[in-house]
Ligand binder design. Sequence first.
Ligand code: FHN
Length: 442
Amino acid sequence: MKKLFAILMMLTSLSIAAAQENYTPTADNLAARQWFSNAKYGLFIHWGPFSIPGAGEWVMDEKKITVDSYSRLQDFFNPTEFNAAEWVGLAKKSGMKYITFVARHHDGFSLWDTKYSDFNIMNTPYKKDILKQIADECHKQGIKLFVYYSLLDWRREDYAWKTGRTGQSSGRKTQGKWEDYLTFMKNQLTEILTQYGKIDGIWFDGHWDQTNPEGHADRTSRIDWRYDEIYSLIHRLQPQTLIGNNHHLSPFPGEDFQMFERDLPGENTAGLSFQKPSEKLPLETCETINNSWGFNLADNTFKSTETIIHYIVKASALGANLLLNIGPMPNGKIQPEFTERLLEAGKWLEANGDSIYNTTAGYIKPQKWGAITQKGDKMYVHVFKGNQQIQLEGFPFKKIAKAYYLADKRKLSVSLKQKTVTLQLPAETVDPDTVVVLEVES
Ligand code: FHN
């Protein structure tokens, strides 16, 4: 048993040793991390030719579509209704501080004018660089831009597809050279980081294709991703760019933030998050607005505005950002069920943003009744709809100088006895989240 553990540790360290060892983030990078920690809410966008069948971004793999057949989508993708100013404006109006845009998903389609693959937006009837339009608009409207880049590829022969967990029905016959695939990725990343202005983050995904499934004791990658080279390249081209990798493992050296998928840090209901939240790096969790990442015509399981607000609050209460995903339609429009909910949550943030942005985690984890965020001498107690009396045990401050509702500054009487605070709200709360401010003294 001990021997097996030692082998596993050795294998794990081998895969980690290939990351950016001895990385020292620059002052700009540290400032970007701080900005990111404070931002709390971003918009994730999964979009591309995969939205045409309206069955999510995994349609190629799930429906066992070969590379040849899937390539036809390139001839149909013509999102004439796409308007970057509208998308970025929607994120801004919804209280989001950044956009994470999927520039290339596992199907290998590039949404920018790349020299390194013909399967790209310039070879569609649309013929215009989408990433460029989004980047320009983000820079114009003051929204930060993160670029999602899939490490996994269901199309290319030089991707190590034979050892991949997915992409086995693509019809690929020969296994190309891994070295070529690495060069391809570095070339594409160089394009993104040199031709689109400031890029605030690179969001990698797909590492897990080359490991045992989540939860397995051995999650060693079957191939060497050479993250040392990839991460150093990114940090050399734009030192402030934050690198995150959705490998569903603890962060590797060279990564600047840690992400979770479909779970709050520290939880694992989706079965993807066995890793512990980092105590050093900024945290982010991503979640879908319905149940799909890419456009799904049949998915009407829209989360309510209340659920979205509670998710933002709970993530903030754990010191994490929420990256909320939408899958726009193939014509470039965002369906009204999404925009309505985003804007409603944005309205709540307009009134209650002080209790979210620039806050740190609460002294207790989110509870059924709500959650806590903190900023300086202010503790924000978020009371979710339907609750009336709240008790905060183990209160870490000596005195409460003032207690009032954030929305209208109306006073509220609270008691602090034996490290327990009791808050009594007049009637059962009807707002999705009523925020009470406690001004505390140590
Ligand atoms: O396979 C992808 C999926 O399509 C989506 O992009 C999510 C977003 O976090 N990540 C992968 C699954 O872990």
